[in-house]
Design a protein around this ligand. Structure first.
Ligand code: GLC
Length: 627
């Protein structure tokens, strides 16, 4: 059952698809105390949800701030990341889901200040609150999902493996990446184009020398079974003569400062302006720009920098330069030295900047800061709606920033993680939270985006990512190469990625079922085994679809781990491409997983396709059942 509590919403976010009457006089599960929603927890209470946030599956014990943030260090102390997903599921004496539909900043103190208390504080007390009850955790999630609408479904080929790297500078780099994969016999379906393909980082442009004939090249690659997936950034370069800028300027489609002038910020292209995605005309106009690339045969995109990430604002930069210039000639003591050093660092994603520009929407003019979490969400909607109009097939589309509602238009990747062992576990722990909020097509940068990856880390990460709907290896400019061919011995990767392709009939059909039934593709064990106290404590295993359970290795040099089986299951082991099975009883098992083996568990037999080099070769009907 869902009840809506209306605390004078000031904007309709579009997150909710089902109109519900406001509930009058029904007691809230929360007490209202000084503009906060509070709830006493008993010792056993668990709190799930909050989408892609850091830390465990049970979120109790930390404080989170829902405010889409370009945050490249996903360490435990972080309160905000790229997405803002205001849904929690309280599992204690009282059991309910709560969705705080508010596009501005909101703090979820889940036993941080007072270990027995939930305190939820919206910065502006103007929101719709939905309280969802049901007989089980799964049912509550199902009710919530039916409220927010069906999740995005990508094309089947988006379940293939994709290689990405910031720094593939030209057509030759892409071609040689494809050659290395295909010569090694490692399946691949997509190669991603990062900002290097653009001309001066201008959206919807193609660098004339690096990619002289993108249309011909995309066609040639598609003949080899590989689709090219370019990045699109949110901000538009401010440059007279650049058609996208000129047209947006003339039509007034960019966000404005308080005096009605375009708000100028610095991102990859240098000085840039921000399309007003909250304005439906501007949003449609931006979406239609994707035509420049769909006309070249492009069928999928990743939307980036759409929190929006700001390196600086023109105003802030002028001020910083001026204040540093004033120090010229003066002797700096340590404190003023650090102050000067941080002058420029503080410009990045400055709250003052988010407070200084505005959106013009049919519902009125809004200060960006108050509706901040909608920006990336509306960019995804803009792209999705236009792409469905421009092409007959649904696009591959995923985004970095998101808000609940965006799950109807695209997937998400979890942004700039690190080549750290802890980030394999973190990625696993982010998946159920994202799934609760409808983001089913999701995954993280395999091998880690920042930092230098090693062969064993990549093998273990891939062995987990075999199960994530979005399976993409991506890394930052200047880091060590981490493609599946980068470490010399390719056989192990041929087997692991090969297994992914063999699992696609299972993964894709379970994914479609999850969409259809408003269910989670990835579930913590407690969702399926509610009465099992041990299952309730497991933070490093997940159910995948109806029949599979995974328990990946995420520690350096570990070649075995404890695995909890909440019921009798078949252990399935892929070793050197061969598959073996063994029945295991309910309970704890110490399972050996040498590097290169992929081990998972099945409740019932699962279909396995014949090996394929890409999804167009994959025969979804010709399957054998194992387990
Ligand atoms: C951002 C993205 C990353 C991308 C980089 C360059 O950091 O999160 O994936 O590679 O920008 O475009």
């Amino acid at each position: 059952m869902i009840k809506r509590y209306d605390f004078s919403p000031f904007i309709h976010t579009g997150a909710v698809v089902k109109e519900l009457p406001a509930t009058e006089g029904t007691p809230l599960p929360f007490a209202l105390f000084e503009q906060s929603f509070t709830l006493k927890m008993d010792k056993e209470t668990r709190v799930f949800g909050l989408g892609e946030t850091v830390r465990g599956i049970n979120k109790r014990g930390w404080i989170y701030e829902s405010f889409c943030t370009d945050e490249p260090f996903h360490t435990e102390d972080k309160r905000s990341v790229y997405g803002a997903h205001n849904f929690i599921l309280v599992d204690g004496k009282e059991r309910f889901g709560a969705f705080f539909d508010l596009p501005g900043r909101i703090t979820f103190d889940l036993g941080y200040t007072d270990s027995d208390k939930i305190v939820i504080t919206p910065e502006r007390f103007a929101l719709d609150l939905y309280i969802i009850t049901g007989d089980s955790l799964k049912e509550i999630v199902g009710e919530f999902r039916s409220l927010i609408g069906k999740s995005y479904i990508p094309p089947l080929w988006a379940f293939g493996f994709g290689q990405s790297r910031w720094g593939y500078a030209c057509q030759n780099d892409i071609e040689s990446c494809a050659d290395s994969y295909q010569q090694a016999g490692i399946p691949i379906d997509m190669i991603y184009l990062d900002i290097d393909y653009m001309d001066s980082f201008k959206d919807f442009s193609v660098h004339p020398e690096r990619f002289p004939d993108l249309k011909g090249f995309a066609l040639k690659m598609k003949d080899r079974g590989i689709r090219l997936i370019p990045i699109i950034d949110a901000a538009v370069k401010k440059e007279k003569g650049y058609a996208v800028y000129d047209e947006g300027l003339e039509k007034g489609y960019f966000c404005k400062d308080e005096n009605g002038n375009d708000y100028v910020v610095g991102v990859w292209p240098g000085k840039s302006v921000l399309p007003d995605f909250l304005n439906s005309e501007a949003s449609r106009w931006f979406g239609m720009q994707y035509k420049a690339l769909t006309d070249l045969g492009i069928e999928g995109f990743w939307n980036d920098m759409n929190e929006p990430a700001l390196f600086y604002s023109e105003k802030g930069l002028d001020h910083a330069i001026h204040s540093v210039q004033e120090m010229d000639g003066s002797r700096l003591d340590a404190l003023s030295f650090f102050g000067a050093r941080d002058t420029f660092a503080r410009l990045q994603n400055a709250p003052d900047d988010y407070k200084s520009f505005y959106h013009n929407t049919p519902e009125g003019r809004f200060r960006h800061y108050d509706v901040h979490n909608l920006y990336g969400c509306k960019m995804t909607q803009s792209a999705y709606e236009a792409l469905c109009e421009l092409r007959d097939e649904p696009p591959l589309l995923f985004s970095r920033a998101s808000y609940i509602g965006a799950h109807r238009y695209g997937g998400v990747w979890t942004g700039d993680n690190h080549a750290w062992w802890s980030h394999i576990l973190q990625s696993l722990q982010q998946m159920p939270g994202l799934n609760m909020c409808g983001f089913l097509y999701s995954g993280s940068d395999i091998g880690g985006f920042n930092g230098n990856c090693t062969r064993d880390l990549l093998i273990r990460w891939m062995s987990f990512a075999v199960f994530t709907p979005l399976m993409r290896d991506h890394s930052a400019f200047g880091t060590r190469s981490q493609e599946a061919f980068a470490f010399g011995d390719t056989e192990v990767f041929r087997h692991i990625i090969g297994l992914r392709y063999r699992l696609i009939p299972y993964l894709y059909s379970e994914f479609l079922k999850a969409v259809e039934n408003d269910a989670m593709f990835f579930r913590p064990l407690v969702f399926d085994y509610e009465d099992d106290e041990t299952a309730a404590r497991i933070e490093d295993q997940l159910m995948v679809g109806e029949s599979v359970m995974i328990a990946p290795i995420y520690r350096q040099n570990a070649d075995a781990r404890n695995v909890y089986l909440p019921e009798k299951m078949t252990q399935i082991r892929m070793h050197g491409g061969g598959i073996s099975t063994v029945e295991l009883c309910k309970g704890w098992h110490y399972v050996s997983v040498p590097l290169g083996d992929v081990v998972f568990f099945a409740k019932s037999p699962i279909p396995l396709a014949k090996p394929a080099r890409n999804t167009s070769e994959l025969d979804m009907e010709d399957v054998e059942y194992i387990g």
